[in-house]
Design a protein around this ligand. Structure first.
Ligand code: SF4
Length: 373
């Protein structure tokens, strides 16, 4: 199991809360796509084999790529990698880009999973987020994509904003359920310092996120989605059986992946590396054969901590035997001693596999922090 992530670092406009790497200056899109195609060639030997089971176009807004740009990236991928029909090929998109023609193009390229950034069904909230679409467009694009035969659609929703009461969040979730999508990713609004929202909060112009309200919204979401056939398989992710995200599950299970494009991260089991998070510096470095990434060799401590952080967030949990086999007896002893403090209220144990309870999910990062070495 190994995959390729391709970061498309362009957006029409900046959402107020977003701290991903992107630029709203689209003028060097061709230059960056050229560099992405060249990087695919440069990285052809990074994984153990050429066969992959997932390709994920993330961003930024990959649906801003035109037919020619996407075609060039696929051409480079096909030259150096192989995948079969069962591979998951996801493209993140925004509702305002999903015209009938666009959806036909995506389908023709073999994209079989759409990740649509809806965020909210409330126009006032979407405006506050500075999203480029409205609620009507969100609903319409999902129906259109389904009519075009996309049978694996995930949507992003955000909770925790000042606009949301428990009642309005429930309405949003019911609306999402009525659209018959296969997967929902839902994140608590996080106020990041350098974003427009972060600056407004620091100046006292906007309220910070109310953690108590967010916790209630999280619990309501888990209950409602599980009642409607979704499996809560990762803290922020819910999927119908057979529709868990292959690409993200690979990350959570420690599989190897290549990250292509500005700011993208890669992992080969021993090292992590991350590309320059600046579009023109990345493109120049690639075209002049200059260094375009930094690299870190992971220590056993790093690898153990990552296993705990990601594993604990999933329904697959953390396996004591795996820890002993992969990191050694002392790590297993440390883990066992610490995790016992959380039984049975926050963590359950079955055959030496430890999984968070519903209540424990609210404190996943805190519990993981206690288990770190
Ligand atoms: S569209 Fe996505 S990546 Fe772009 S600014 Fe908004 S949240 Fe960030």
């Amino acid at each position: 199991m190994q995959g390729i992530y391709i970061h498309i670092p362009f957006c029409k406009q900046a959402c107020t809360y977003c701290d991903f790497h992107f630029s709203t200056l689209l003028k060097n899109k061709t230059e960056v796509v050229d560099a992405i195609c060249k990087e695919i060639e440069l990285r052809k030997g990074y994984l153990e084999t050429k066969n992959i089971n997932s390709i994920y176009f993330g961003g930024g807004t990959p649906s801003l790529l035109d037919k020619n740009e996407l075609g060039r990236i696929f051409e480079a991928l096909r030259k150096y990698f192989t995948w079969d029909k069962s591979a998951e090929i996801t493209l993140e998109c925004n509702p305002d880009d999903l015209s009938s023609e666009k959806l036909d193009e995506l389908k023709a390229f073999g994209i079989n999973r759409l990740s649509i950034g809806l965020q909210s069904f409330n126009d006032e909230e979407l405006k506050w987020m500075n999203r480029a679409h409205n609620a009507k467009e969100s609903e319409a694009c999902i129906k259109l994509a389904q009519d075009k035969g996309f049978g694996n659609i995930t949507i992003d929703l955000m909770y925790g904003s000042k606009f949301q009461s428990l009642e309005s969040w429930e309405k949003t979730l019911l609306k999402a359920l009525s659209l018959n999508v296969q997967h929902i990713s839902s994140y608590n609004l996080t106020v990041e310092n350098k974003t427009a929202l972060g600056i407004s909060v620091a100046k006292g112009l906007e309220p910070n996120v109310d953690d108590e309200k967010s916790s209630q919204q999280f619990l309501l979401m888990a209950e409602l989605l599980e009642k409607n056939g979704f499996v809560h398989y990762e803290i922020s992710n819910f999927g119908k059986p057979d529709f868990f995200a292959v690409h993200n599950s690979n990350y959570w299970k420690g599989a190897k992946y290549i990250g292509i494009g500005p700011s993208a991260h890669s992992y080969n089991g021993k090292e992590r590396q991350w590309n320059i998070a600046n579009n023109s510096s990345y493109a120049k470095a690639i075209s002049y054969n200059l260094p375009y990434f930094e690299i870190e060799t992971l220590t056993p401590d790093n690898r153990y901590n990552e296993y705990i952080l990601t594993g604990l967030r999933t329904i697959w949990g953390c396996d004591l035997n795996f820890i002993e086999e992969n990191f050694g007896r002392s790590f297993a002893e440390h883990f066992e001693k610490k995790i016992k403090n959380y039984l049975p209220e926050f963590v359950t144990e079955n055959n030496s596999v430890y999984v968070l309870t519903k209540k424990g999910r609210l404190f996943a990062d805190k519990i993981a922090g206690e288990l770190f070495v």
